[in-house]
Write a protein that binds this ligand. Structure first.
Ligand SMILES: [Zn+2]
Length: 459
């Protein structure tokens, strides 16, 4: 065998048990007690550790232009950070440039990832310039291994689509086996609020939250869920940030709509107060939807525990504070929207286990298994089972990491979690049986990641 992981406690979304894992030709070929490791090329002793399926982050942005600048992480630095945080698969958004097709955007991103990414990667289509040609090409995306597509109800005048486009795409894409993902915020209301605040001289980062309050998100969430209901298709809400939006998802589900919502790690930790940090520092917390009031993070933990929200993504979207976030000095509407978090995600969500908010198996579900099931990767990814890819994380539940920017691997000059101590740390990470992280450091060459052609929704 190529690899044997011995003496660990295997944790999946459903079970916790002691067993050894045998790996050959990139896959798990044996699970059992007392496996013979003789002759194995590599043996890892996982005594006292958890062995979990590699994390799957279905919402990241790498190597992409945005708001007049360019993200600081590319496919090499972003995926090294992902790996060091215990994530072995990502699904990244392929930005559609004006005048280009969705297939053009895939062609643009393939060479940026290939030979560079160190974890496996899939792509989401993204509609930012809708027209008849785009409408026609959508149904052919599954042939390119792309089975999800995102639309924006926010960013008026830039990315925002109207309701006709939304309902038509929901109808057409879903029938082709493509899951439609929606950024749900009322772009008209947010735009009006931004203009009003700026006219009143309210220009600091904290007004980002004032300009797009929870009802802006909840209104669009309820509307999109209703449109999905009208045409009888599923819908997936990215970065749900508040209980008002969760309530809309819950109401839709009660009516029988297959409405699914993710949240992101930062919504579990930060509030509007972080946007109001002294000087311009709050700009680090400018992401969309914004950080909310202090009662919201506990409500989101609750929604994760009870199933109203199905997973936690990073929405990793890194811009340096110096020179990039600073583009919005004196005008919060010009601060590039987004924050890093691809490396902190598994540890951030694990604190919910430490603090008794979620169970151990639910944690694995939230950071790996449900993403695999939702985005056409299961059971190849997202579990520990014979036949699955040997993407494994050896997780030390007793180790602690004091988070600092320099202790992380993202190519960006800050972390939102600076100074926090996380309990529970990924120590060794394998991708298809190959060790890519050891003692929290990336080992191995660039380009170990492969493109993930995903199966159709419902397949
Ligand atoms: Zn995003």
């Amino acid at each position: 065998m190529d690899l044997v992981v011995k003496n660990g406690t295997i944790v999946t979304a459903s079970d916790t048990y002691q067993a050894d894992i045998g790996v050959q030709d990139e896959r798990i070929v044996q699970i059992g007690q007392g496996l013979d490791a003789g002759g194995a090329a590599r043996v890892i002793d996982a005594r006292g550790k958890y062995v979990i399926p590699g994390g799957i982050d279905p919402h990241s942005h790498l190597d992409t232009p945005s708001m007049g600048t360019y993200m600081s992480d590319d496919y090499l630095t972003g995926t090294i950070a992902a790996a060091c945080g215990g994530t072995t698969s990502i699904i990244n958004f392929c930005f559609q440039e004006k005048g280009k097709s969705i297939h053009d955007s895939l062609e643009h991103y393939h060479p940026r990832a290939k030979g560079r990414a160190v974890v496996d990667y899939g792509f989401h289509g993204m509609i930012s310039d809708y027209n008849d040609a785009v409408a026609r090409e959508i149904t052919s995306l599954p042939e390119a291994g792309v089975t999800s597509i995102k639309l924006f109800m926010a960013y008026r005048g830039a990315l925002m689509v109207d309701d006709r486009t939304l309902v038509q795409t929901l109808d057409q894409a879903s029938r082709a086996g493509i899951l439609v993902m929606v950024h749900a915020e009322n772009g008209d209301a947010a735009d009006l609020m931004q203009q009003r605040l700026m006219a009143e001289g309210k220009r600091d980062p904290k007004y980002h939250a004032v300009s797009r309050p929870p009802r802006v998100e909840a209104e669009a969430t309820g509307r999109a869920a209703a449109l999905a209901e009208v045409v009888g298709v599923p819908i997936y809400f990215v970065h749900v940030s508040c209980e008002e939006a969760v309530e809309e998802i819950r109401r839709a589900r009660v009516r029988g709509v297959r409405a699914m919502g993710e949240t992101c790690t930062h919504y579990l930790y930060f509030t509007e107060d972080d946007l109001d940090r002294p000087g311009f520092e709050g700009a680090k917390w400018v992401y969309t939807p914004p950080a909310r009031k202090a009662h919201q993070p506990p409500a989101l933990w609750h929604a994760l525990a009870n199933g109203d929200l199905i997973l936690v993504a990073s929405d990793h979207c890194s811009f340096n504070f110096k020179g990039q976030k600073e583009l919005g000095l004196g005008d919060f509407t010009k601060i590039p929207n987004g924050a890093p978090g691809i490396e902190e995600r598994l540890m951030g969500v694990y604190q919910g286990v430490v603090e008794g908010k979620i169970g151990l198996n639910r944690w694995v579900d939230l950071v790996s298994t449900t993403a695999a099931k939702t985005f056409g990767l299961y059971p190849r990814k997202g579990t520990i089972a014979v036949g699955s890819d040997a993407d494994l994380v050896i997780w030390d539940p007793n180790a602690e990491l004091k988070v600092t920017q320099s202790a992380l691997h993202q190519n960006v000059d800050y972390t939102l979690y600076e100074g926090r101590t996380f309990r529970g740390v990924p120590q060794i990470v394998t991708l298809r049986g190959q060790v890519i992280v050891e003692n929290r450091q990336h080992v191995g060459p660039p380009g170990t990641g492969r493109f993930l052609a995903r199966t159709r929704w419902g397949a």
